[in-house]
Design a protein around this ligand. Structure first.
Ligand code: HPA
Length: 263
């Protein structure tokens, strides 16, 4: 257990609720992917609103619950509900789950998100293991991290091997971070494709950078909930996120379980 002054109120509260000093895995559940929390055994569920320092998650599809329990015989802490920068939270809040993973000495952090596909070989419902991130405007973290040389490729290769062995189809590629909250323009998506992005989304990059800074071993998975702006020629809205998640939520939950078991 690593206890920093700024987090101590929050961590002490969680310990008092019965969460042990060390947890094996921490999982951050993206939009519509909260169902993984239903597969956790012997759960202890704590609403964010009861936890000191926690803001309330406010986006549709995010429930705002911290769920502790066991998966594949290992202890897991799942964040069902995220704090996005576009909702007005400073980056220091968006990365709270990473700080908690570090405080509880988690061996692995699994981050998930909903994303729009830029790569035209992808389709709605695809799961993509993130190889690398692209930050076109670099306005992602508040704390300078000269140490940021995140090599996600190694862990992404291991996660893909786990997916193959579990019979789950996954894509691989680069996640491009945008601040949001607006979806992109078609011109931006064309530009993003040229600079090597496969999917686009409004989270995950800050968490991965903070995980790198704190030395937490992290992997990230995107669920393609829509083709990015200008590709399919239809208007984007949040109901697509829910439909795509519905289609792949069982595969996603199984993949996260296998990552917890095997990584
Ligand atoms: N753009 C940005 N963020 C997203 C998208 C998108 O198309 N889909 C889901 N999150």
């Amino acid at each position: 257990m690593k206890l920093t002054d700024s987090l101590s109120k929050c961590i002490n509260y969680l310990l008092k609720q019965g969460i042990p000093e060390v947890v094996d895995s921490v999982v951050v559940l993206g939009s519509g992917l909260g169902n993984f929390a239903d597969t956790i055994n012997n759960t202890l569920t704590i609403p964010y609103k009861d936890i000191p320092l926690f803001p309330e998650a406010s986006v549709a599809g995010h429930s705002g619950l911290l769920v502790f329990g066991s998966v594949a015989g290992k202890t897991v802490l799942a964040f069902s509900g995220r704090f996005h920068h576009y909702e007005g939270y400073p980056f220091s809040k968006t990365v709270l789950p990473v700080h908690i993973a570090s405080a509880f000495d988690a061996k692995k952090l699994v981050i998930s998100n909903a994303a729009g596909a830029i790569n035209t070989n992808f389709k709605v419902g695809d799961l993509m293991v993130i190889d690398d991130i692209v930050r076109p405007f670099h306005s992602v973290s508040t704390i300078p991290s000269p140490k940021f040389r995140y090599n996600l490729y190694q862990i992404a290769n291991r996660v893909r091997k786990i997916a193959v062995e579990s019979g789950i189809d996954v894509q691989r590629g680069n996640y491009l971070y945008v601040k949001g909250p607006n979806y992109e323009t078609s011109a931006e998506i064309r530009a993003f494709r040229i600079i090597g992005a496969d999917v686009v989304g409004m989270s995950t990059a800050p968490e991965l950078i903070e995980a790198s800074r704190l030395g937490v071993s992290a992997t990230a998975i995107s669920l393609v909930t829509n083709m990015a702006a200008g590709i399919a020629g239809i208007k984007l809205d949040h109901s697509e996120v829910k439909q795509a998640a519905e289609k792949r939520k069982d595969d996603f939950a199984r993949l996260v379980t296998e990552i917890i078991r095997c990584l």
